[in-house]
Design a protein around this ligand. Structure first.
Ligand code: HPA
Length: 277
């Protein structure tokens, strides 16, 4: 058994000892959406710190939890607080929670985040359906392959599942929620980009830039989960306006957009669940 899988199995056993809940859809909450989990019908919660073998950051200490419950009639597991590469975790640690949610039973993963807009057609406060990605952080699949989860050289031609994208797009349209669409690029962070780097990623084909998500989507795709992703464009990326970028600005726009974002997430989860039957 691979070391990665062995550790994952331990985490899974720890989770199973605490709850028999089996989620259908997994959701990762990005900036601004943190309290989404407090508004669902909660069945149980599990602090990351109570799971043996769960990544513990040497830099930031430990925060965050899994919330299990229902969105409408849909059984979900929600990550309230994600693990970022820039915090000093190894990539294997960053994606462990994603793989764990797969073992819990989740078939669909919805990833959300706050991202900088690179596309000049975008505005702060827009929502963007992720159509594809560029991962400029190291692949989370480097190292011994956990064969129990997926193959050594996985295909990545449909990371953000086309059917799921159609469903989220239609859901937004019916709900009257404007939705941009584009390519997400993940850089390591934690520094925001320079104007030259933003020109570079635009040339590469990116519409939005952030510090998470792409590595999680690779790991999820590797282990056979279907993935949907939505970004809140919390700001225009560095160099596109004449004021410096601050975390406070990112947080403020993400918070302001949260009510609309939450509505889209709820309606999308209910619509996506129909894909599972
Ligand atoms: N760059 C990188 N990550 C981000 C940004 C950005 O402009 N905004 C929110 N997350």
């Amino acid at each position: 058994m691979s070391a990665v899988y062995e550790r994952l199995k331990k985490c899974y056993e720890c989770f199973r000892a605490k709850t028999d809940f089996t989620p259908d859809i997994a959701l990762v909450l990005g900036s601004g959406l943190g309290d989404y989990a407090d508004g669902i019908k909660i069945v149980s919660v599990l602090d990351y710190g109570d799971i043996d073998g769960f990544p513990v950051s040497t830099v930031t200490g430990h925060k965050g939890r899994f919330v299990f419950g229902y969105v409408g009639d849909v059984k979900v597991v929600i990550m309230q607080g994600r693990v970022h590469y820039y915090e000093g975790y190894k990539m294997e640690d960053v994606v462990l929670p994603i793989r764990l949610m797969k073992l819990m039973g989740a078939k669909i993963l919805m990833l959300t985040n706050a991202a900088g807009g690179v596309n000049y057609g975008f505005h702060a406060g827009d929502l963007m359906l992720i159509s594809d990605q560029i991962c400029m952080a190291p692949s989370p699949l480097i190292g011994e392959n956990p064969d129990e989860l997926g193959v050594r050289f996985p295909d990545m031609s449909n990371i953000y599942d086309k059917d799921l994208r159609n469903i989220v797009r239609e859901t937004a349209k019916s709900a009257g929620i404007p939705l941009q669409e584009g390519v997400y690029i993940q850089l390591t962070g934690p520094n925001y980009e320079s104007p030259a780097e933003i020109r570079m990623v635009r040339t590469l084909g990116a519409d939005a830039v952030g510090m998470s998500t792409a590595c999680e989507a690779i790991a999820a795709n590797h282990c056979g989960m279907k993935v949907a992703g939505i970004s809140c464009i919390s700001n225009l990326a560095c160099g596109m306006t004449d004021k410096p970028l601050t975390h406070a600005e990112v947080q403020e726009t993400a918070d302001r957009t949260a009510p609309l974002f939450k509505r889209l997430v709820t309606e999308s989860i209910i619509a996506l669940a129909k894909e599972i039957q």
